[in-house]
Design a protein around this ligand. Structure first.
Ligand code: M6R
Length: 614
């Protein structure tokens, strides 16, 4: 993980880098640091903690610098500390480097460098890399760019790096393998960052480096991209960015998470906008249309993802099997990649990832491709690695999701997957025309219904007050709402640090029921369509063991209202669309509990938004 930012141009680099780092804190916030070339030499400030702390300790910086690099860290090698914070300096003090990724063979490189007289202050793999570059530079007399290239050939692992040489302070050298790196192109100025958010107010033009590419960026002379392996020149592909500064700011909300929860009506609409066409409800999705034979002839779909995206995949399993009658397997990408899975060229693998950078999902994609499977990506971040590595795909168009806890990513992923299932179901004839149209209309009505569900916000906040001291929580659902229960539990644990478990409601009697007593809040999703009577029985079982019941019910429900301690209503919809509504109160419940416990909602401890390490 980690976020990196760099600047070279005519402006003051400091505010560009520190503001950029704040936008990248979603990638990790264990420590922060900055190196600036001030005209006379390099100034370095770094500290454990967040960018706000870095701003405090860097007040004494000397003057405007027009070149600099900065880093916000998610610790991998070495505890969060001042010493382990980036940028790291080479032994001579000439080179400074920031790094996002992991150098897997750092230990053997370190020993080799120690044998040559190098010493190390930190526990990081990054300090090894900067000294390896220095070693190559000094022993072979190369310029910085060449030294970086040769050093990287010795490295096993993943990296996005930026390096400055104090002796040649008119250039920044960057390189990428596995971790993302975007270069913003301005007028005689360049921005470097892990994603485009740090420079969106300065330029809408960006280059996303590909794996095993490096760029030498020089003041006045511009940039040159080369392949690390064979030194060949690469013609830059400049992409236009389609998001605004406003979209990545909080817009009056206390937290990004709350903003993103409330953005869901628009986000879902943006997801199907332009894809659901005309009165007859045609679904047009270029990524699917161009490869229809793959989908229609698929023996099965294998969905690979992590975390919330995996939960969206579980919902999709129900949807695809019901609407399109295609067998589906949903796999944790991290397990899939290390099993010896049976994959064939008749499988379609769907990789779901908000960030498009998740290392395990990326590795699963590569494995599936190597077995000849057709791989389709469902990503939110445009131009992300997964979006580029897959054979085809569809963007969710949810807009930037900054809060570490995924919210609108989940509902928009389900929206995309529903569109695909509907399209395939219609073409395969597994879906009657009446049901097809009814589901399309149901989907179109979802944004309005999400808005209605969001009106329960105050009621949910009041319920949160009653349970914010709970030590454990159980989430139960059946059918389409079972993955929603898992997702609700994940949301609560990751931002409030309260232990929570999601279960299929009927599984309760096979174990978890033993946990239920008067101190156990049980959140039960009990919407009218789908297994309603069964779930009412489950509620009775909980009640007779004195568990506290918070039920998510369809508007107007009376039966559950009489049994439950609290009810939160959501509008009625088709059974297969229920997760798009039932997840809303669960997001709000986690949010309010976390706020009431004074947790850092947008940046919960130990987590990062993009998990680019395995
Ligand atoms: O970017 P991705 O969708 O690939 O991320 C996968 C998970 O890391 C992510 O969903 C994580 O579980 C969220 N923090 C959950 O809120």
């Amino acid at each position: 993980m980690c976020g990196i930012v760099g600047y070279i141009g005519h402006r003051d680099a400091y505010p560009i880098i520190t503001n950029g780092l704040k936008r990248l804190e979603y990638r990790g916030y264990d420590s922060a640091g900055i190196a600036l070339y001030n005209g006379n030499g390099l100034e370095l400030f770094k500290t454990k903690g967040k960018v706000a702390q870095l701003e405090v300790i860097s007040k004494k910086r000397s003057s405007n610098a027009h070149i600099g690099i900065g880093h916000t860290r998610w610790a991998t090698h070495g505890v969060p500390s001042d010493i382990n914070a980036h940028p790291h300096t080479s032994n001579s003090g000439d080179l400074v480097l920031i790094h996002n990724g992991i150098i897997e063979n750092y230990n053997s490189l370190k020993i080799a460098l120690e044998n040559k007289g190098f010493h190390f202050e930190s526990d990081t793999d990054t300090e090894v890399l900067v000294n390896l570059i220095e070693y190559v530079q000094k022993t072979e007399g190369h310029k910085l760019g060449k030294a970086v290239q040769l050093a990287l050939k010795e490295v096993v692992g993943a990296y996005a790096i930026a390096v400055i040489d104090n002796k040649k302070p008119n250039e920044i050298v960057v390189a990428k393998l596995g971790s993302p790196l975007a270069i913003g192109i301005g007028n005689d100025e360049f921005f470097i960052a892990s994603d485009a958010s740090p420079f969106i107010e300065y330029t809408k033009n960006a280059i996303y480096l590909e794996d095993e590419q490096m760029a030498i960026i020089r003041l006045e002379k511009g940039l040159r991209i080369r392949k690390i392996k064979d030194d060949s020149l690469v013609s830059p592909v400049i992409q236009e960015l389609h998001f605004s500064l406003e979209q990545i700011e909080k817009g009056g909300y206390d937290h990004f998470m709350l903003k993103e929860i409330f953005e869901q009506p628009k986000a879902i609409k943006d997801t199907y906008r332009g894809r659901l066409v005309g009165k007859e409800g045609l679904i047009k999705m270029a990524g699917v249309d161009d490869h229809l034979d793959k989908f229609l002839n698929a023996d099965r779909l294998i969905i690979v993802a992590c975390g919330t995206s995996w939960h969206a995949g579980l919902v999709a399993e129900y949807i695809f099997e019901n609407l399109a009658r295609i067998p589906v397997e949903v796999e944790y990408a991290s397990e899939f990649r290390y099993r010896n899975p049976v994959i064939s060229s008749r499988d379609v693998v769907i990789a779901i990832s908000q960030s498009g950078e998740t290392a395990d999902t990326l590795a699963a994609i590569k494995l599936a491709k190597s077995h000849g499977a057709f791989v389709f990506g469902v990503c939110n971040v445009v131009g992300s690695t997964i979006a580029r590595e897959t054979n085809a795909g569809s963007y969710t168009h949810a807009g930037p999701e900054i809060g570490v806890a995924s919210t609108k990513a989940f509902t928009t992923q389900i929206t995309i997957l529903t569109l695909i299932a509907l399209k395939l179901g219609r073409l395969k004839g597994t879906l009657e025309e009446k049901q097809y149209i009814e589901t399309v209309r149901g989907l179109e009505a979802i944004p309005e219904k999400v808005s209605i569900a969001l009106k329960e916000n105050d009621a949910v906040e009041a319920i949160a007050k009653v349970y914010n001291q709970a030590k454990n929580c159980l989430y139960l659902g059946r059918g389409y709402n079972f993955p929603v229960a898992l997702e609700g539990a994940l949301k609560l644990k990751e931002i409030s640090y309260i232990h929570a478990e999601g279960y299929p409601a009927a599984e309760m009697k096979h174990g978890p029921i033993a946990l239920i007593d008067e101190n156990m809040p049980v959140i039960v999703i009990a919407t009218k369509k789908g297994h309603y009577d069964k779930i009412v029985s489950n509620i009775q079982e909980i009640k007779s063991r004195k568990g506290k019941i918070i039920a998510i019910v369809s508007q107007g429900d009376q039966t559950v209202r009489e049994l439950a301690d609290h009810v939160i209503e959501v509008p009625e919809t088709l059974e297969c669309l229920a997760p798009l509504l039932t997840t809303i109160p669960l997001q709000l419940l986690s949010y309010h509990i976390a706020v009431q416990l004074n947790r850092n909602v947008d940046q919960p401890r130990n987590l990062a938004k993009s998990v680019t390490v395995e």
